[in-house]
Design a binder for this molecule. Sequence first.
Ligand SMILES: *Cc1c(COP(=O)(O)O)cnc(C)c1O
Length: 390
Amino acid sequence: MSKTKKPGKHATRLSHAGRDPARFHGFVNTPIYRGSTVLYPTLDTLLADDQEYSYGRLGTPTVRALQDALAELEGGHATLLTPSGLSAIATAIQSFVSSGDHILVSDSVYRPTRRFCDTVLKRLGVTTTYYDPVIGGGIAELLTERTQLVFTESPGSQTFEVQDIPAIAEAAHAAGAEVIMDNTWATPLFFRPFDHGVDVVVHAATKYIVGHADAMLGVITTAESAAGPVAKTHDILGLCPGPEDVYLGLRGLRTMQVRLQRHQESALALADWLAQRPEVERVIHPARPDHPGHALWKRDFLGSSGLFAIALKPVSHKALAAMVDGLDLFGMGYSWGGYESLILPFDPTAYRTATTWQVEGPALRLHVGLEDIEDLKADLDAGFARLASA
Ligand SMILES: *Cc1c(COP(=O)(O)O)cnc(C)c1O
C-alpha cells in the first residue's frame, strides 16, 4: 500500500468504492438484500459450494458492498462487518488469544473494551495488562513470551492521549505480537493505520461512518497476514449486522468526507473559543498546539474530528447541572459521530489502573455537530451564565 499524505484521494473513493450499478439495473446504490436461504441450482454446485453467496449470515450483496468499500478506503486486505463497534473489538481480540495468553491494552481504551478483557477474557484464562497510552517504544518492556497482541486506541477515549503507533508496532512485531487499533475517532480519512504498522483495525461505524445516529455497526479490517484468524473467528461467532444498518453505513460513508471537514473546522473553532473562557481550566484537543500529544498527532494524523474534551475549573454539582441541563443545542447522551452536537460529563478516575487522571474540576466531552458555530457558542455561553449564577 502506498503512503498517502492527504485524504483527497480517499475522498474520491468514498463516492465510488464498493459500487457496481451495472449489476443492479443501473441504480446508483446497491439495494438492501434481506435473506437467509440462498438457492443452489444443482446438486453439484451445492456440494462444491461453488457460488458467490451461500447463506445470509455469510454475506449479501449489501454487506459485500460496504466491506469492499471499507477495505479499499482503509487500504486493508479484507473487511468484515459486525453488529456493533464493541462486537468488532471483541471479535478482533478473540481471533488471536487462547487460554494462558497475555495481552496489552492501552489504559485509555473505550471502557467497554476494558470490561470485555476483565470479564470474558479473564474467564477464558487470558490476562490483560493495561499500559500507559503514551508509553511508545517503552512497551517493549511489557511484552512477554505469551503476549499475543497489543490493543491501541488513538486518541484515547475521553482523555485523548495520542499514541506513538509506529513505535508500539515495531516493538510488538519484534516480540511476535499483533497490533490492533481502534481507529474510530480519526476514521480512515484522518489516520491510516496500515501505513503505521497496525495489523487489525476496528471501527465503531456507529459513529462517523453511519454518521446520523441511526444505526449500530462495527467494522474489522485486516492486513493480509492477520486476515485468516479474524475471518475464521468472525464466521464461527455468527456475527452479522442487519441489512438496514449495513445500508445506512453505505449511505453515511458517501458523505463522510464533507461531514468530517465541517466537524473538524467547527470543533477547532469551538475549542479555541473555549480555551479563552475563564470557566475552562484546560481544553483537551490533539490538534491544538497546547496538547501534550500534538507533535505526534501532527506527524501521523491527516486531520481531526469533532470530538474533544474540556476540564472546567472546580464548580458545584448544582452549577454544572444548571449549565448542562439548560443547553438547547448540545444534547446529553452516549455515542457521538452524528450530525448533532453532544455533551457528556466523564470521570475515568474510578477505572484507570496504569495512569491517573489529574483534573480538579469536572470534565466534559463534546461532540461538535454540523450546526452553525455561532449558535453553538451562544448555547454554551448561556450555559456558562447559568453556571455562574447557580
Ligand atoms: C462507541 C465506541 C465503540 C463501540 O461502538 P458501538 O457501536 O457503540 O458498540 C468502540 N470504540 C470507540 C472508540 C467508541 O467511541
